[in-house]
Design a protein around this ligand. Structure first.
Ligand SMILES: [Zn+2]
Ligand SMILES: [Zn+2]
Length: 323
């Protein structure tokens, strides 16, 4: 049985630089497509989920840091930017998803400011700029996001000064950042999608400083857990959603960890057993595991653990998978 901490369900009352519009309707989409094979996003209006990074702090060369893209009609919306994000995006672009070409990387939503989810932020600010992105990067995230981006720009001030003052073609806006510090609720809306942030429960993060996201795009509902122990907020945000991208750790591997690490992981993350129970309540059409903490177990072991308690569709996500 997983626990719920009501203190994490309260909404902060302060709004700092947030773009807040009316709440989106919370119904699940009906009749949405099943998971899709990789295909160019120009092929149709379907919103595609592209896993750019499925890793975690462990420096697994097969898994970049956490980053998920939702691509709609050639426009990419990133969720987190772990290490390697721009290169993984380039790899996806090389497979035909043009929205992920570097100059098109223009907007990112951060789940929380843990380094594994944000180490690629300097990359996301600067590399697309060098590749001739001409507009500022839009960064949405919890309180602290503005300080993070300000400090990164300060750290790279000399690089920016040299590039602006040299012979490279003029581009005075592309390195800039527009930081939006958000609270749970609808945080973004355009003609392609609606993004709603919800509070999750992650280790000792204060309420509202660790977020998950629900995305409604082209009739599909996609929910991204971010880092969290089991929380009803994910269930309420999914309720029959098309794709639930959720973090997970191996329950069997967990039993081999030290008591100190067990305390941390139980407080910060979601075991395969817990995720199976959560999915049974949330009923996603497809459950995608990411940010997998294998703890010495195999991918097959992890999937087996989830399937013990969840009879629906589940895949263990890998970098560059498309759903
Ligand atoms: Zn993480
Ligand atoms: Zn974290």
């Amino acid at each position: 049985m997983w626990r719920e901490s009501s203190r994490f369900l309260r909404r902060p009352t302060t709004v700092t630089g947030a773009v807040l519009v009316g709440l989106a309707c919370a119904g699940a989409s009906a009749g949405a497509d099943p998971p899709l094979a990789p295909a160019p996003d120009s092929a149709g209006p379907t919103a595609r989920v592209v896993l750019l990074g499925t890793g975690n702090p462990n420096p697994d060369p097969e898994r970049s840091g956490p980053a998920v893209a939702v691509v709609v009609s050639g426009k990419a919306y990133l969720f987190d930017c772990g290490t390697g994000v721009v290169r993984r995006a380039a790899a996806a672009a090389g497979r035909g998803i043009a929205g992920l070409e570097a100059p098109n990387l223009g907007i990112v939503f951060l789940t929380h400011l843990h380094s594994d989810h944000t180490l690629g932020l300097a990359d996301l600010i600067l590399t697309p700029w060098v590749m001739e992105r001409r507009t500022p990067l839009e960064v949405y995230g919890p309180p602290g996001t503005r300080a993070l981006t300000d400090h990164l720009l300060e750290a790279y001030a000399d690089d920016i000064r040299i590039r602006l003052g040299g012979l490279e073609p003029d581009r005075h806006e592309g390195y800039r950042v527009r930081a939006h510090e958000i609270v749970p609720g609808v945080v973004y809306r355009d003609s392609h999608l609606v993004v709603k942030a919800f509070a999750v429960a992650h280790a000792n993060y204060e309420p509202g400083r660790a977020l998950g996201y629900r995305v409604e795009a082209r009739g599909r509902v996609i929910v991204i857990s971010g880092d969290t122990r089991p929380t009803a907020a994910v269930v309420e945000s999914c309720v029959g959603c098309d794709v639930l991208v959720h973090e997970v750790y191996s329950a069997a591997g967990f039993r081999g960890r030290s008591p100190a690490w067990q305390r941390y992981h139980a407080d910060a993350h979601t075991s395969a057993d817990e995720l199976a129970e959560l999915a049974t309540r949330a009923r996603p059409r497809l459950l995608v595991l990411y940010h997998q903490l294998f703890m010495g177990r195999s991918e097959e072991d992890l999937l087996r653990e989830v399937r013990r308690g969840w009879s629906g569709a589940v895949v263990s996500g890998r970098d560059l998978d498309v759903y």
